[in-house]
Design a protein around this ligand. Structure first.
Ligand SMILES: [Zn+2]
Length: 881
């Protein structure tokens, strides 16, 4: 009762209250007394309900509310009857009838439950009553509160449903039923309406009558637009908050890695954090943009008010309008722009949900940030996080036991940690090289046991590295392989063989190390560059050398066209003998790309071969010289550097890129499910029709959306000249005429279409004949009686959708995919190949050696040059290129 502000003064008077608590006697006996008692109770009940925010009430509840010194009033049913007669109390059934139209106008199904709306006449003490005047009063209060928040009537009268509910709560409407009674009343009196502003009917809004107007008007276009903008902004702000938390968590993870001296893991996490921060910044700037658009709209609204005032006034004001650059048209235009904005906002939203493809992360920045973190005192380890402490303790113990030879500590101290942090196993490789182990395997093991337990069982198995909780890299003597495997499986663990023969592996690494360092070769045209499959870094260095060397710099321009998921740059090498000539005439472009599939190393070598040959022969060979007179070459030798590096370091037969799939957040024993999209199924033409898998576990996974992958997007942008305004990267004077897409293997020269067997592109036959002619010239350069098969891709291979050649063919007439050697049919059958391991999957065709670069490069260079030369020849005969 303490909340009952207006408790009547009689309440303390026992004698008086006893009389008031009695049942009513007949009015005739003492009308004065009867009326006074009636008046007392009506006022008391109403003030009680209002003070307690009760909008509906029943007799038993009221009786118990007025319990006083062990007694309860006996007269309340008579009061309820009177209030009902006066229509100040309405039974739930009557009330629902009176409000019918408004109940129908919004979804009230769930509301009906506490009140049995449709029940028949019930005895007074069993019915529930709605206190009409209090509902109306509350409704008025809510409306006034809403109107008080309006600053721009043109679009502030529409709010999200959640904001509306919050306002109701502010007006002390505590329970849902009271809330619904007020809403129903407001709808009934045409003070508010409830609707959706988006087509999907997910954004529910409330519009209320503007201050000064008696009824609510329908939602206008502009209100709709502004609301969608505000809604987008709110959602972005929510996302922003989440990503801030995520960044903080990553920072802690980095500190933990540093504490465990796991520098490579720290670097990886730092990279992740950087990407997240970039994304965060992008969102922040989008919000800023939205804010500025919103304020622009507000200003527009003010301007339109001014215009309305003026246009109803005298024509003399027109001059003033003109001076201020305002006319009804300009306002209209601004509104149009807002609508365009909304369309792009939808796209933006979608883009934010896709993996980050963003900008480059400077490695030097990462390095120095890592150093800073390393020098920072670590924050105190939270007590709850005892597992972390345990992990590092174990690491110390295990490392003491690790040595297989005695000089291990020396070895560890000799490791130059800063040298190869890009390769998470670099540290491991160095250690193993010096240990001279054979007859061992290295496994990556995930098992829900702390390592000390494993160690007790298998003292001969060594822990080389701990990656995260319960994930270990172990060195296992061959003798114990079976036993250890059963032990892992018994404990519901999983394992993956990283190195099946440590001795052999060491040998290979040593060989590779000896070969390293191309830095001594200052001549970018040196044949050394054709004797290697360059790694990404070497490739970048070489390309830079092309732009610096006096031999080549006047003919080479690099176009960094974007970044991969792992932030490697995609660089197009432009070769042009007229690079420095100013000419407005558009030059014909030839595009060549390679390495779309990570394991197809030979294609990348051949692309480099073409670059070197063009630059070497530009003045020496008449045909090459002629071709370069008419064509500029745009060559992207490494379409998929992320996948390629992964193929070099971890899985030689990796095909796709390395962007995370929807499975990447889970531990799935099949590594192939978590990362990678087949780029040659991701192009936005006939995507998801044939031979592109929808499953992230399949080699030919097409991606979640057409052109979802950064590599694909960047290529498309370049080919279609979409970024012409950016002169640094894009050459407005070119128009792409010929497209070559290099793969291995099969020895095919393939024409579009790839997606269908039933259709052929225009001029298919002339392209076919020209290709056949080109192939003829190239077989003369080879001492090989078998030559390329030429034909439509869908026929020679199989129909598949989303391929680059089909996409290219929609904008570039002469588009080809070339499958380099070896020839499919000359491959040994699987069962004949005794040396084959599980991993090789019978696909020895991908293992073409480095010596093939020159052989196959020479062959295909001849074919490409001849094709282009024949186009030129025929263009003189009036045939359009
Ligand atoms: Zn391929």
């Amino acid at each position: 009762m303490e909340l009952w502000f207006r408790r009547p003064s009689e309440w303390e008077n026992d004698e008086r209250m006893d009389a008031l608590f009695c049942v009513f006697k007949q009015r005739d006996l003492n009308p004065l007394h009867y009326d006074a008692k009636m008046k007392f109770w009506i006022e008391t009940i109403l003030s009680y309900c209002e003070d307690h925010g009760l909008l509906q009430i029943d007799v038993p509840t009221m009786v118990s509310c007025f319990r006083r010194k062990g007694k309860t009033p006996k007269c309340l049913d008579r009061i309820f009857e009177e209030l009902n007669r006066q229509k100040r109390f309405m039974s739930s059934a009557d009330y629902s009838k009176s409000q019918q139209t408004s109940w129908m106008s919004w979804t009230l199904n769930k509301v009906a439950s506490p009140l049995n709306w449709m029940s028949a006449k019930t005895p007074i003490d069993q019915d529930v009553f709605i206190i009409k005047e209090l509902v109306d009063k509350k409704a008025q209060h809510v409306l006034e509160t809403l109107q008080a928040q309006v600053s721009i009537p043109t679009f502030d009268c529409v709010i999200s449903y959640n904001t509306f509910v919050d306002t109701c709560r502010q007006c002390s409407l505590q329970d849902e039923t009271s809330n619904n009674l007020v809403v129903s009343s407001l709808i009934h009196d045409k003070k508010i309406l409830i609707d959706f502003i988006d087509d999907a009917k997910t954004v529910k809004v409330v519009k209320f009558a503007a201050p000064g107007s008696s009824v609510v008007r329908p939602i206008t276009e502009i209100e709709n637009s502004v609301l969608l903008l505000r809604h987008s902004k709110e959602r972005l702000e929510e996302q922003l908050k989440k990503s801030e938390e995520h960044i903080e968590a990553l920072l802690n993870e980095i500190r933990r890695h540093l504490k465990n001296s796991n520098r490579s893991a720290a670097m990886k996490t730092l990279r992740k954090k950087k990407l997240l921060e970039k994304e965060h910044d992008k969102k922040e700037s989008t919000i800023e943009h939205l804010n500025s658009v919103l304020s622009q709209i507000e200003q527009t609204d003010c301007s339109s008010l001014v215009i309305n005032a003026y246009s109803s006034g005298v024509s003399a004001h027109k001059e003033l309008l003109r001076k201020n650059g305002l006319s009804p048209d300009t306002v209209e235009n601004m509104l149009d722009e807002v609508h365009d904005m909304l369309d792009t906002q939808a796209e933006l939203d979608e883009a934010f949900n896709r993996p980050i493809i963003g900008d480059n992360v400077d490695m030097n920045d990462l390095e120095s940030e890592l150093e800073d973190l390393l020098n920072q005192p670590a924050p105190p380890t939270p007590i709850a996080n005892s597992l972390v402490v345990k992990e590092s303790e174990e690491k110390v113990i295990d490392e003491q036991k690790l040595p297989v030879t005695d000089n291990k500590e020396k070895i560890l101290s000799n490791i130059d940690k800063s040298r190869e942090q890009d390769n998470p196993f670099a540290d491991l490789q160095l250690r193993l090289q010096k240990l001279e182990l054979d007859d061992h395997q290295i496994w990556l093991v995930k098992i829900p046991l702390v390592y000390s337990i494993i160690e007790k069982e298998f003292p001969t198995v060594d822990l080389l590295e701990q990656h995260e909780q319960f994930v270990y890299v172990c060195l296992i003597p061959r003798l114990y392989l079976d036993k250890f495997k059963h032990y892992v499986l018994y404990h519901h663990g999983t394992y993956k063989i990283i190195v099946s023969n440590v001795a052999e592996w060491n040998l290979k690494i040593n060989k590779r190390r000896q070969k390293r360092s191309l830095s001594a070769y200052n001549n970018p045209l040196d044949s050394i560059y054709l004797e290697r499959f360059l790694d990404y870094e070497e490739q970048q260095n070489w390309q830079n050398l092309l732009t610096k060397s006096s031999l080549t710099k006047n003919y080479v321009k690099l176009h960094p066209i974007g970044f991969t998921y792992e932030n490697r740059t995609l660089t197009v090498v432009q070769i042009s003998t007229k690079l420095n000539r100013l000419s407005k005439k558009k030059r014909a472009g030839v595009w060549i790309d390679a390495g779309m599939h990570a394991r197809e190393w030979l294609s990348m070598g051949v692309a480099n071969y073409i670059i070197i040959r063009l630059l070497t022969l530009k003045n020496e060979n008449k045909k090459v010289k002629d071709v370069l007179k008419h064509f500029d070459f745009y060559i992207l030798p490494m379409v998929n550097p992320d996948g390629y590096e992964y193929s070099r370091q971890t899985d030689r037969l990796w095909r796709r890129n390395r962007s995370p799939t929807i499975y990447s957040d889970f531990w799935i024993p099949h590594k192939s499910c978590s990362y990678g999209v087949d780029l040659n199924r991701n192009f936005p033409f006939e995507w998801d029709t044939y031979a592109g898998s929808r499953s992230p576990c399949q080699e030919t996974y097409r991606g979640q959306l057409p052109a979802s992958e950064a590599e694909v997007k960047n290529i498309i942008q370049f080919l279609t000249n979409k970024k012409e305004e950016d002169n640094d990267q894009f050459d407005p004077h070119r128009s792409m005429r010929v497209y070559f897409n290099l793969h291995t293997y099969g020895r095919y020269w393939l024409l579009p279409w790839s997606y269908t067997k039933h259709l052929k592109p225009n001029d298919f036959n002339s392209m076919l004949n020209r290709s056949a002619e080109a192939i003829k010239t190239m077989s003369t350069t080879m001492n090989n009686n078998s030559s390329y098969h030429v034909g439509q891709a869908s026929h020679l291979l199989y129909p598949c959708g989303g391929t680059s050649i089909d996409f290219a063919s929609t904008i570039i007439k002469h588009s080809f995919t070339i499958e380099l050697p070896p020839q499919w049919i000359s491959l040994p059958l699987c069962e004949q190949n005794n040396n084959q391991t599980d991993e090789m999957d019978c696909s020895v065709g991908f293992f073409a050696g480095e010596e093939r670069i020159t052989l196959d490069g020479n062959e295909i260079f001849g074919g490409v040059i001849h094709y282009l030369w024949s186009l030129m020849r025929d263009s003189y005969r009036r045939m359009p290129i």
